[in-house]
Each structure stands twice: as C-alpha cells, then as structure tokens.
Design a protein around this ligand. Structure first.
Ligand code: ADP
Ligand code: MG
Length: 721
C-alpha cells in the first residue's frame, strides 16, 4: 500500500461490507482496524480489499479478536537484526523487487547513453526491447494497483504513474512503427517506472523502521517459563500454557515471563521496556512484576496474573497499535485533498495536453511529453504520508519513554496545552500514604476506620488498614458499604451507622466535630497531612492524620511546565490547608480544595470556556469525569482502571516529568506534520504548473516524485530516538 488514496479506497470498500461499523486503514503500518457487529470471515474482507486493488490480507490465522496477531507475526518475520525490517510483503518479495528495480535502473543508464553519447544501428528497436520488460514487469505493480479502483470508476496514485509511463511508452512504440525518424520517449517511461519503484522500495524500508517501536514491544514477549510444581520441582512450559495462579520461578538475568506478584524471594528488575526508566526497581514479596521486563541478579517466584491478551505488554502493544492507526484531525484534510486531487489532476493533465496540442504550442510529441510530466508529478504520495509517518514516530517515541498515547487526536491537542491541572493524592504525591497520628479515642477510631476501609480501594484505605494491623487492632466487618467518591465511605459496623472521610463529609452528615479536634486537624493539614474523620452514629469518634509524601519529581515538573509557558493548578478532594501546603511545596500557584468529582469536572469546563486548553493529570475514580472532560486526560499507570480508560494518555511510571515530556513529544510531532504537509503541498503546487508549462522533463518529474515521498518519511524518522 503506497498512498493515502489507496488507504482511502480500501477504507471505503471495507466500510461497505455488511456488518462493518467502521474501518480505518493506515498506509504506513499497512494495517486495517475494523470494528464489526459480529466476527467476520477473512475471505469476506479479502474480497473487499481486492475490489480496491491488488491487496492481500496477511492474516496470521489468529482469532478475530486478536488483531495484534498480525503485528507480532510481522515482527518475527523481520527476523534477526534490529534494523532489518523487510516490507510487509515479506523479504523474498522485497528481494525480487530490488532485483527488478536494479535491472530497470540499468536499462535507464543504457538509454541515457544511447540518447547522448553513442549511435548504434537499430537504436530505437533495441531501446524498445530493453524498455518493454521494464514497462510491463517492473511496472506491473502500477497496473495492478490501478485496475481494482478503475473497475469501479476510481483513480489512485497508481493510475497517474501507469498512465504517464504507458503514454510515453505507447507513443514511442507507435512512432517507431510509422516514422522513419521516430521520436522516442522510452527513457522517460523507463525513468518513471524505475525511479518511482525505487522510491517505494526505499519508502517501505523507512516505513518499517517508523513502526519499529511496536515490533520491539511484541518481540519482547518471552516464550518459556519455569513452572513450579506442587512438590517444589520445576518444569519448563510454554508461556501460553500458563494459567492464572500458577507459580513461576524467575532466575537471575532472565526475562520475567508473565505478569504477576512476587510471592517468594526478591530481586531488582529492569523495567525500562515498560517505563522508559533505566534504573532497576527493587521487588520484594507482594510487588507486581511485568512480563517482558528483565530480572537482574536475584531470583524470585511469582504468582501469574495477567496472561495472553490481558498482559500489560499485550495491552500496551494494542494501545500503541491503535494509536498509530488512528487519524489526527489534521490528516482528514490531507485525505480529502488526495481523494479529490487524483481525479482532478487526471483532468488537468488531459486538459493541458489539448491546450498544448490544439492551441498549437507544440506538436503531438511535445504535448505528450507535457502530459506525461504532469501525470507523474501530480501524484500526491508525499501528502498522504506526511501525517501518518509523523504520528507513528510520535506515538512510538512516547511508548518508548513510558507514555502510552491513546490516539493521534490526543497527540495533536496536547501541544496546545495552556493549563495543566493536577490531582493531589497519587498524582503529585506518591499515593502510598501512612498514618502518623490518631486524634480522639485511638482504639475505637481505628477499629471502626479499619472495618470501613476494608472494602475501599482508595489509597487512604490501605494506609488505615496497615496502621490498624501494626497496632494490633481487631476489626469487625462492614455491611451496607457505600463509597461516596471524593468524600469518604460509609457503612454499618457492629450494627451502627459509621463513616470515615473529609470534614465536609462529616458536616453533611450532621456529625458534630469537637472544636479541639478541628483545631488539631488544621495544624496537621498546614503541614501537608490529610486528616480524615471517623464517626459512629452522629458522634465523632476521632480522626486520623495521614501523610503522603510528594513525589521526588513533582516540583521539577511544575518548573518545567512554567518554562514551557504552561500554568499549573491543583484540584483536590482533600482539605483546604492540606491543598495549600502541598501546592506551595511543589510551586503550584492556584489550587482548589474540597472538590467532589463533578466539581472537578465543572472546574475544567470553566477553564475551557475561558479559552484554555486543559490537560488534566489524575489517578482516581474521583478524577475520571475530569479526565474525560479535559482536552488531554493523562492517567497514572498505577491509578484506577477507570481513570486509565477515559484518559487520552497513560504515564506508566506516574512520574509527572513524563507529562511534560508528553507535551514536548506532541509539539515535536505536530511540527513534523506541518513540515511534512508543507513540503508535500509546495512540491505539488510548484511542480504541477512547472510541468504544465513544459519546463519539466518526465524523467526529472519521476525523480522529484520519488524524492518527495522519501524525504517525508526520512524527515519523520529523523526525530526517532
Ligand atoms: P484527591 O482529589 O486528592 O485525589 P479524593 O477525591 O480521592 O482526593 O478524596 C478526597 C477526600 O475525600 C480525601 O482527602 C478524604 O478526606 C476523603 N476520602 C475519600 N475516600 C476516602 C476513604 N476511602 N477513606 C477516607 N477518606 C476518604
Ligand atoms: Mg487521586
């Protein structure tokens, strides 16, 4: 697949298949993402793609749901070397094309020698003999490419190339037959076919490199695991045979085979594959490890958790793949243009021919030359490649640094961010809070608190539970548990209604908070601690002071944002004093405290009404509405599922510096897209008139056309690091 108009044609055909809800085709990754009501037979889809042209679906034979199958297959095909990515058609096809192109270039050299330096008898016929295989063997790809759409009255870029070269070839042939001194444009036809084919060959190599991030990811999936059997013996099994709950030993310097939790031993693990961070992370019992990461010197046993399509690596691959497939809004423009462009240009080219010929500006042969040049130079290939190649590099670069981007649209918008709004707990702070102090009746407070929190997933809950356990407090169970997101939780403990949460939560439940405790709480809050209150019935039992240290890099991230011209703001469900303390610790000027989830959302839409482009960074259930509302929602990797689901980006490591990096990547990507589009437009806008005025020989037109596509792809690759 070589151009946006091919992709658009295939998309149309796929979308027409009954049952297909939507189809997206990416010309760079040469993949289609199809959403359908029910599973579809490959054959049905194959029929549709062949209607669009000579396109074969390279199915891996995997299930319909496993659309990452094809990608990983291709990665394995890529084989040995890091940079050895054959085109999708497979390496033998690649080699064949290479031989054909080299042959065609050789013919081109011979024809040029004939033209300028030597005169041999029957020169014209020899030239025809040489040019014919080039035209019909090497050029077959263009004929095949144009045929499908042609049957349905559509034109694509192949149509332009095929028509251009065929015109030059046919004119020369007829001229040879009927004139004693024939006019030959065989060098032009050979130049078009060979140079454009060469351009595509180089382009396909470069495209392979652009989508390499994905291939690197899927290649990293390990194959074998050491399964620990009942008696403690070990047996090597294929990773695909593992079940959730299996115990697997990971030896020193080995790749972790599956996602899981460490249940025995400890070691440090290099997670740079997932997080982009090169420092190994220490893993003790209870820590989660991710399949594909690299164990260092220690050894440990893990209990398998996410398997197959549920594994982190597989989810990441899928997300990156989908993001690379997605279209940035800016691309719609290029797509529309190239879809209208091609038929329009066909007409322009033919019109030009008649103006030259009938207008008496040239004889037939001169007019043919102009026609051929216009046809060849008109191909908007570079235009079609401009956006997808840049998006693929951008998304790939982000993934390599531990930033998962959901779609190209997010990548496009992130660049314009003017305000970044942060959640506090788990975003600016580490989200691993610990209880420092209990106010009021310690034992009762803790016992009721622990009972309530045993059913909560909030980060504060684990702090309370850990502390209660340390203090040896016996807990009872909770009934009728209910979480009031952003405020606290309530339920029935030992037959009595009980609650734990913010001061606001207490007041709304008309619990009287003694002045003494409220004052103490304020002092603790001013020191950046979170104070949660515990009530039974309408009486306050006590309060817990909880500290959650700020992440090392949070303050630096705020500084970086300031330098980038982006304001920072803090929105938290925590108390005013705590919010103020944390905000001043990291250097954030504006903050709003005591916010419920829906208030976070309105705060964001208010900013948007003021004309700001808002990026929101959060981790919790309480942040989900705001993340969805923001122009760019950024979730923490360790955060809740729902936050990650609604966000446009996920920071695997939860390091806020990564959020600033994401915006930088977006800026670079958009700059690239604009450069690419600009270059492609200028190329077509300038060279079409030049060709129409008869100032561009078809051979140069072919060279320029090949160069334009290659330069766009190379420009996108330039930023890959
Ligand atoms: P943030 O916006 O900082 O992430 P949340 O919105 O999650 O904070 O919580 C806001 C406040 O609600 C907390 O500071 C706490 O007072 C209270 N709260 C929420 N959930 C709980 C819980 N499970 N246990 C105790 N307090 C809670
Ligand atoms: Mg939070």
């Amino acid at each position: 697949m070589h151009c946006a108009s091919c992709a658009v044609n295939i998309e149309k055909e796929l979308a027409d298949v009954p049952g297909v809800l939507s189809a997206k085709v990416n010309a760079v990754t040469e993949t289609a993402l199809i959403e359908s009501e029910q599973p579809l037979a490959i054959e049905t889809l194959q029929e549709a793609t062949s209607r669009a042209g000579d396109y074969v679906i390279a199915s891996s034979g995997g299930s319909a749901a496993d659309h990452s199958g094809q990608m990983s297959d291709r990665a394995h095909q890529g084989g040995d070397g890091e940079h050895d990515h054959a085109p999708a058609a497979g390496s033998s096809a690649y080699r064949k094309t290479l031989v054909a192109v080299v042959g065609a270039l050789f013919v081109l050299a011979v024809l040029i020698v004939f033209q300028f330096w030597v005169d041999v008898p029957y020169e014209g016929w020899i030239a025809l003999l040489l040019a014919t295989p080039v035209q019909f063997v090497v050029g077959a790809t263009f004929y095949k490419g144009m045929w499908g759409p042609l049957k349905r009255g559509r034109a694509n870029m192949d149509t332009l190339i095929a028509l251009g070269s065929t015109t030059a070839y046919a004119y020369s042939f007829v001229s040879l037959l009927i004139h004693s001194e024939p006019e030959l444009f065989l060098d032009a036809s050979v130049a078009i076919v060979s140079l454009v084919a060469l351009g595509r060959l180089l382009e396909s190599r470069a495209k392979g490199r652009a989508s390499a991030a994905l291939q690197e990811l899927s290649r990293l999936q390990p194959q074998v695991a050491h399964l620990v059997l009942e008696g403690g013996d070990m047996r090597d099994v294929s990773v695909s045979e593992l079940k959730v709950g299996d115990r697997v030993r990971v030896k020193a310097s080995e790749q972790v085979p599956v996602d899981g939790v460490v249940v025995e031993g400890s070691s440090s693990v290099d997670e740079s594959l997932i997080t982009g961070e090169s420092f190994p992370v220490q893993k003790e019992i209870g820590a989660s490890v991710i399949g594909g990461t690299l164990n260092q010197r220690g050894t440990f046993v893990l209990r398998a958790e996410g398997l197959g399509l549920d594994s982190v690596l597989s989810q990441m691959t899928r997300m990156v793949e989908e993001a690379q497939m997605s279209k940035a809004p800016i691309q719609k423009l290029a797509d529309t243009i190239s879809a209208v462009f091609v038929p329009a240009l066909l007409l322009i080219a033919i019109g030009t021919f008649f103006v030259w010929w009938l207008g008496g500006f040239a004889d037939v042969s001169g007019a043919v030359l102009v026609l051929v040049s216009v046809l060849v130079v008109a191909c908007p290939c570079a235009l079609g490649l401009a956006t997808p190649t840049a998006v693929i590099t951008g998304v790939g670069n982000a993934a390599r640094r531990g930033i998962l981007v959901r779609d190209a649209e997010t990548l496009q918008h992130a660049r314009n961010t003017s305000v970044m709004v942060f959640d506090k707990t788990g975003t600016i702070t580490q989200g691993s809070p610990t209880v420092t102090q209990v106010l009021g009746d310690a034992t009762q407070t803790l016992s009721v608190a622990a009972a309530l929190e045993s059913a909560s997933e909030h980060p504060l809950a684990s702090a309370v539970l850990n502390y209660a356990q340390e203090q040896g407090v016996t807990t009872s169970t909770v009934e009728a548990f209910e979480a009031v997101t952003g405020q606290g939780v309530q339920g029935v403990v030992n037959g009595e209604a009980a609650a734990i949460g913010s001061l606001r939560f207490m007041k709304e439940r008309s619990v009287a908070v003694p002045e003494e405790i409220e004052k103490q709480a304020q002092v603790l809050e001013a020191a950046a601690q979170t104070v949660v209150f515990v009530s039974r019935g309408e009486a306050l039992l006590g309060a817990l002071a909880i500290t959650d240290p700020v992440k090392d890099t949070s303050a630096e991230a705020v500084q970086v944002l300031k330098r980038m011209g982006i304001r920072s703001s803090l929105l938290t469900g925590d108390a005013e004093a705590t919010a103020r303390a944390v905000a001043s610790e990291v250097g954030i000027e504006t903050y709003t405290a005591d916010m419920r989830p829906e208030e976070k959302l309105t705060a964001i839409s208010r900013l948007q009404q003021e004309g700001e482009v808002v990026a929101m960074v959060g981790d919790g259930v309480n942040d989900a509405p705001a993340l969805a509302q923001a122009n760019v929602g950024i979730a923490m990797g360790a955060g809740t599922d729902i936050a990650r689901e609604v966000a446009g980006m996920t920071l695997i490591q939860g390091d806020l510096l990564k959020a600033t990096e994401a915006i930088q990547i977006s800026r670079v990507t958009m700059r690239l897209i604009k450069q690419n589009l600009g270059w492609a437009f200028v190329y077509n806008l300038v060279l079409i008139p030049v060709a129409a005025f008869g100032l561009l020989h078809p051979a140069y037109a072919a060279g320029a056309m090949a160069l334009s596509s290659i330069s766009v792809v190379l420009n996108s690759l330039r930023v890959r690091r």
